[in-house]
Write a protein that binds this ligand. Structure first.
Ligand code: AMP
Length: 488
C-alpha cells in the first residue's frame, strides 16, 4: 500500500513525502481510509507504530475545509502527559507544514495567558491534557460545542493516571455528532466500557503487541551486585562502548533515577534526568538537551519515558531489570530503529533472576552474558563504596575517557576497585555516592527530595534489606540538643 492510495489530500501527501516516508505503517494503512470517511476508529496500538500520523493526517484533510471561531476549537486531542501533548504539537507542525492552522497546546505547568490568547484567536486544533482542559472549560474560557473530531490517545495510560472520569466528562461535553479516534495500547475492561459508551460503530484496527526485539539490536546482560556496583559497572560500560553516540538509561524507580543522574554527573558524565516528580519545565529541558545532543545520557523511569519519540539512540542501558517483561521490549526498542544498529545492555543482580527468565520467555530467546553469568558471579567485594570513599576515580570528560576499553566490565572489576577491595569496611553512612541525596547542592531539574516515593508509579521490586537504599534520614548527622541549647 502507498500513501497516495489512502485518499489523503495533496497538501498532506507532499508533507509526508518531504519527510521521506516511503509507505504507510500498518496502523496508518488500516486507520486512515475509514477515518477519512468520517468513521470512528478504535486503534489498539502503541507508540512507535506511527499512530500519531494515523490520526493527524486525516484530521489535516478534514481541517482544510472551514475555519475556527473564537473560543471554539474544531478538533481536540487529549493526551495523558504534557510531553506527549507537546510531541503531538510537533507532529502537527511536521505533517501540517503545508497548512496554515492554529494549533493550541493546553497543558499544565505553562502560564494561562498565552494559551488563552491562542484559543481566543480560534484554534483549529487543541491539544490538551485533561486537567488543564477542564480547568479552562470551567472558567468559561473555552467552548467544546464546535468540536468536529475528538482524539483520545493512550487511553490505557489515562486510566493508570486516574483521568477516566475527566475523559467521560469531556465526551459528554463535545457534540454527539463528532468523530472519535480512540487509541490505546491495551484494552482493560474500563477502557472497553468507555469505548462502548462513547464510540459509534467504530472500525477496530489492531497492531500486534511488541513481543519481539529487532535483530538490529545487540542485547547483552551483565551480572552485578547491588546498586553501587551497578553504578561502577555502568560507567565502565559507557566508557568502553563501541560506536557510542548517546544512551538512555532506565531505572525502575524515580528515586533511583535522581540518584543515578547525580552520580553520573558527579563522575563527569553529561547526563539529564526524566522522572515523574520533576516539574514540567525541567522535564522539557532534559528532553530537549538530550534530543539536541547537549547531554549524551538520559536517565529515566518507564513512566516518564513512555510514548516519547526520541530518535537515533545508539545505546540503551537497563540499570534495573524491568519487572514487567514487556517494558524490556519497549525500553530496548528505543535503539536499533529504522534498520540502524543499536546496543541494549541490562545490569542484572541475583535478585533479578526471575525477571530475566520472564524476559527471555517473552522474547523467545536467551540473551548473551557479557562477563560471568549470575551463577558464576564472584561474591561481592566491598568495592565501589570503599573506592568512592577514597575520593572516587578520575573524572571523565563528557562521556568519560575510554579507560577500560576492551575488557569485560563485569568480569573484570576495575583496577581501582581491586586496589581498594581490601579497604576495611566502614559503616555505610556518608558514602559520596549517597551524599548527593542530601547534599546542600541546588536541586537539579526541580527534583523533589522525598525520602519515599509519593506514589508507586515506578516503584520497582521491593528492596531486600537496605542494600544501597539507606534512607537519607539515617545519613543525616544527628544533633542531640540539650535543653539549654534548644532554649538559646
Ligand atoms: P508514533 O508511533 O506516532 O510515535 O511514530 C513513531 C515514529 O515513526 C515517529 O518518529 C514518526 O516520525 C515515524 N513514522 C510515522 N509514520 C511513518 C512512516 N509511514 N514511515 C516512516 N516513519 C514513520
Amino acid at each position: 500500500m502507498k500513501f497516495n492510495e489512502l485518499g489523503l489530500s495533496q497538501k498532506v501527501l507532499s508533507a509526508v513525502e518531504a519527510l521521506g516516508y516511503q509507505q504507510p505503517t500498518p496502523i496508518q494503512a488500516q486507520a486512515i481510509p475509514p477515518a477519512l470517511q468520517g468513521r470512528d476508529i478504535l486503534g489498539i496500538a502503541q507508540t512507535g507504530t506511527g499512530k500519531t500520523a494515523a490520526f493527524t493526517l486525516p484530521m489535516l484533510c478534514r481541517l482544510e475545509q472551514g475555519r475556527a471561531r473564537a473560543r471554539m476549537p474544531r478538533t481536540l486531542i487529549l493526551e495523558p502527559t504534557r510531553e506527549l501533548a507537546a510531541q503531538v504539537e510537533e507532529s502537527f507542525a511536521k505533517y501540517g507544514a503545508n497548512h496554515k492552522l492554529n494549533v493550541a497546546l493546553l497543558i499544565g505547568g505553562v502560564a494561562f495567558g498565552d494559551q488563552e490568547a491562542k484559543i481566543m484567536r480560534g484554534a483549529d486544533v487543541l491539544i490538551a491534557t485533561p486537567g488543564r482542559l477542564l480547568d479552562f472549560f470551567d472558567r468559561g474560557k473555552l467552548l467544546l460545542t464546535g468540536i468536529e473530531i475528538l482524539v483520545i490517545d493512550e487511553a490505557d495510560r489515562m486510566l493508570d493516571m486516574g483521568f477516566i472520569p475527566d475523559i467521560e466528562r469531556v465526551c459528554k461535553l463535545v457534540p454527539f455528532t463528532r468523530q472519535t479516534l480512540f487509541f490505546s495500547a491495551t484494552m482493560p475492561p474500563e477502557i472497553t466500557r468507555l469505548t462502548e459508551a462513547f464510540l459509534h460503530n467504530p472500525v477496530r484496527v489492531e497492531v500486534a503487541r511488541a513481543s519481539s526485539t529487532a535483530s538490529t539490536i545487540r542485547q547483552a546482560m551483565v551480572a552485578s551486585h547491588g546498586h553501587a556496583e551497578k553504578r561502577d559497572t555502568l560507567r565502565n560500560l559507557i566508557r568502553s562502548a563501541d560506536n557510542f553516540k548517546n544512551a538512555i538509561i532506565f531505572c525502575n524507580r524515580k528515586r533511583d533515577v535522581a540518584i543515578l543522574h547525580r552520580s553520573l554527573e558527579k563522575h563527569g558524565f553529561s547526563a539529564g534526568a526524566l522522572h515523574g516528580d520533576m516539574d514540567q519545565m525541567a522535564r522539557m529541558a532534559s528532553l530537549d538537551a538530550f534530543k539536541n545532543g547537549d547531554v549524551s545520557l538520559l536517565v529515566c523511569s518507564d513512566v516518564a519515558a513512555r510514548g516519547l519519540d526520541i530518535p537515533d539512540v545508539s545505546h540503551v542501558f537497563n540499570f534495573d531489570v524491568p519487572t514487567h517483561s514487556e517494558d524490556y521490549v519497549h525500553r530496548i526498542g528505543r535503539t536499533g530503529r529504522a534498520g540502524r544498529s543499536g546496543v541494549a545492555i541490562t545490569l542484572v543482580t541475583p535478585e533479578d533472576k526471575k525477571y530475566v527468565d520472564q524476559i527471555e520467555s517473552l522474547i523467545g530467546k536467551e540473551v548473551e552474558w557479557e562477563g560471568p553469568r549470575l551463577s558464576e558471579l564472584p561474591p561481592p567485594l566491598e568495592t565501589s563504596r570503599a573506592h568512592d570513599r577514597r575520593g572516587g576515580e578520575q573524572r571523565g570528560s563528557r562521556r568519560g575517557e575510554r579507560s577500560g576499553r576492551g575488557r569485560s566490565p563485569a568480569a573484570a572489576p576495575s583496577a581501582e576497585r581491586e586496589a581498594t577491595a581490601s579497604a576495611a569496611p566502614r559503616p555505610p553512612r556518608r558514602t559520596p555516592e549517597a551524599e548527593p541525596v542530601r547534599a546542600a547542592r541546588p536541586q537539579a531539574y526541580g527534583e523533589r527530595r522525598d525520602r519515599r516515593p509519593r506514589n508507586h508509579e515506578d516503584d520497582g521490586p521491593p528492596v531486600i534489606g537496605m542494600g544501597d537504599h539507606i534512607p537519607s534520614f539515617l545519613l543525616r548527622p544527628v544533633v542531640f540538643k540539650t535543653a539549654k541549647a534548644s532554649e538559646e
